[in-house]
Design a protein around this ligand. Structure first.
Ligand SMILES: [Zn+2]
Length: 84
């Protein structure tokens, strides 16, 4: 199935998502890899045998939202009261 040399990871392998993209439809949110896997933008997958794998990684958008909640500044009110 895979025309590449060296050949891409097997669809049953843990590194299956490293196979090359042969068809990409970002406007529809999916890509077909050369090992037969369809991978969706939410990291869900559809395997060649018909099995589905649910989203298993946070998307880039979720990762950004999480980092924005980390407090990076000391509130000015606390800073003043400890100095006085
Ligand atoms: Zn390949």
């Amino acid at each position: 199935m895979c025309p590449h040399t060296p050949s891409c990871p097997d669809p049953s392998g843990p590194d299956r998502e490293a196979a090359r993209t042969v068809v990409s439809h970002p406007e529809q949110g999916w890509s077909l890899l050369c090992n037969g896997i369809i991978i969706f933008e939410d990291t869900g997958e559809l395997l060649p045998g018909g099995a589905a794998i649910g989203p298993h990684r946070p998307t880039d958008l979720a990762a950004c939202t999480m980092t924005m909640h980390v407090p990076t500044e000391i509130p000015p009110a606390q800073f003043r009261s400890s100095a006085a």
